[in-house]
Design a protein around this ligand. Sequence first.
Ligand SMILES: [Zn+2]
Length: 262
Amino acid sequence: MASKRVVCLGLVAVFLAPLLSGCFGVEELPIVEQKGIPGGLTLACLDDSKYTSMVLEIDYAPGYQPDTSSTNLLLQRLESVCNKPLGINVIFTETNFLNNGDWSASDIREASEDTKSVSPRDGSVLTWQFMFPSGMYEDESVLGVAVDASTVALFKDTIDDAENIFRRPSAEKIENSVLVHEAGHLLGLVNLVYTSPADHEDPDHPGHSNNEDSVMYWAVESASISNFFDNELPTEFDSDDIADLEGLADGSIAISSQLWSP
Ligand SMILES: [Zn+2]
């Protein structure tokens, strides 16, 4: 098996500096080349010249189906930023993942390969896969992870544990926010495949927002989430996040590492 490292990244740091674990698991070449990095299919989502529709493939282990509030929110948020004139469909599939225990980024990538129904880019359809396996990530503080340009995993066991005794915030609300947060990484937020003209990346948590009202705030995917929010969690991209996506869509912000460009 290829060696791996798991990084929370600023883009340049991806291949150079293994940092603390967290939101992104990035494999050594050549898998990175094939699958891209989180943000590698940002333009495929923001632009409609080739990919006119999109599928959100929700693959869950028995008993691990996400709340409909989470997938509805995911759909709303992606509909609000991605240009898909023929629509975005959500497809749910109960799935037997072979791994039930500790997950590494490469385990997730392998499971994705085994379970995804189609290629991420199939004709005019862009497919992003969201996996809900049993078990936890190897770093048990991680609630969700984006492992390549089209693959996310959420760890419901860890999310349930992150709910505090007062259920404020509840596991459902945490799942809502983490799911949108990881989709935000697939959209390249924050500064994964570009450099924002706005100063909104948290220098201590690369790839994340410094605004606690943004769903891309760094604490959203951490098991310590209950320490930072007492009930209301952010579920929306903030104005800087949205401005970044608009700038990427209209070409006014340069973008790199794309698997597809118009
Ligand atoms: Zn993150």
